[in-house]
Write a protein that binds this ligand. Structure first.
Ligand code: RIB
Length: 338
């Protein structure tokens, strides 16, 4: 049974072009359309996914299981997953776990056994037994971002600890002497790695002990709450590295209420590089993750495993970048770089 990929190859065009011709979407040159229609006819291609799926036992559907699209970090990632899926003739189910195990298991039970050809899993509450069950049901899996350590599946994440070091060192470089850390979810690998990156830079300082670290849940509210607790505990604090941009936004609000001017009295650095971090007053310095690239790579790897029955695994650790904005410009020796 010919696939959309065969038609594209035959006609010498992209899969997305074939998809546009089939769905009559967008402007297509007449000669291109004729090439595609000729290839469809010659290969007796059936664009009807259900018919195709029935013949080769495929649903042409994948699930993207993630914590919550309420956090603006995930929609950009989901967009990349959907762009790659759609270009290859696949649909995407978006599944929010809210970090609840019963929701994750519900998705895996319903989707993982019958409806989907593959799953992209972004969830720190995943257990090895979950992946073993999916493997038994011959469902291809790729993990990304919140990856289960030693999962035995292909995974894509970023250099979290190095990003934590970059953020904290930047605060030292601009002149901060007493730097606190507002971390993300307690038992989540990315958060812990960023916290260790912070400790790599200040852990040896005479003033440092664990009271300079607060752990939130990656939300604005917890960033605000923990910043207030840290202010009370350490009034001499003049810098905060927050484990994601929402925590940093919460800390910015708390600093304002505390009467501390950012950056001169309290410099703040976040992590993620969501659009919102550039829209606050002042805009927040952050560690930029290649969010779209992570999603694009995860979906590309998943398709490769589905369509070529690949069983070998790959592990990606992508670079992050320090994006300097006004929230850390304590001295004029530094200039904003984005
Ligand atoms: O902002 C959400 C956080 O959860 C991001 O830092 C991302 O890495 C995910 O782990």
């Amino acid at each position: 049974m010919a696939t959309i990929r065969d038609v594209a190859k035959k006609a010498g065009v992209s899969i997305a072009t074939v998809s546009r011709v089939i769905n009559n979407k967008g402007k297509i040159k007449k000669e291109t359309e004729e090439l595609v229609q000729a290839a469809i006819k010659e290969l007796a291609y059936t664009p009807n996914r259900v018919a195709q799926g029935l013949s080769n036992r495929r649903s042409y559907t994948v699930a993207f299981i993630l914590p919550s699209i309420n956090n603006p970090f995930f929609p950009e990632m989901a967009r990349a997953v959907e762009d790659v899926a759609q270009a290859n003739g696949y649909q995407v189910f978006l599944c929010n776990t809210d970090d609840k195990r019963e929701k994750l298991l519900g998705y895996l039970d319903n989707l993982g056994t019958q409806y989907v050809d593959g799953i992209i899993l972004n969830s720190h509450i995943t257990k090895h037994e979950d992946l073993e069950r999916l493997q038994k049901n011959n469902v291809s899996v790729v993990m990304m971002d919140r990856v289960l350590e030693n999962s035995g599946t292909t995974s894509i994440m970023v250099k979290n600890r190095e990003g934590g070091r970059m953020a904290t060192q930047h605060l030292v470089d601009v002149g901060c002497e007493y730097i606190a850390h507002i971390g993300g979810i307690e038992d989540e690998y990315n958060s812990t790695q960023r916290m260790w990156g912070y400790r790599d830079v200040v852990g040896h300082k005479s003033w440092f002990d664990s009271s300079w670290i607060g752990r939130g849940d990656f939300s604005v509210r917890s960033g605000y709450q923990i910043a207030k607790e840290l202010f009370t505990r350490h009034p001499q604090m003049d810098g905060i590295f927050a484990g994601n941009d929402l925590l940093a936004i919460g800390a910015l609000k708390a600093a304002h209420e505390w009467g501390k001017q950012t950056p001169n009295e309290l410099a703040i650095v976040g992590f993620d590089g969501i659009d919102m971090s550039g829209l606050t007053v002042p805009p927040i310095t952050t560690i930029q993750q290649p969010i779209y690239r992570i999603g694009e790579l995860a979906m590309t790897e998943l398709l490769h495993r589905i369509e070529n029955n690949v069983k070998t695994t790959k592990h990606y650790e992508l670079d992050v970048e320090l994006v300097i904005r006004e929230s850390s410009m304590k001295s004029n020796k530094w200039s904003v770089n984005n």
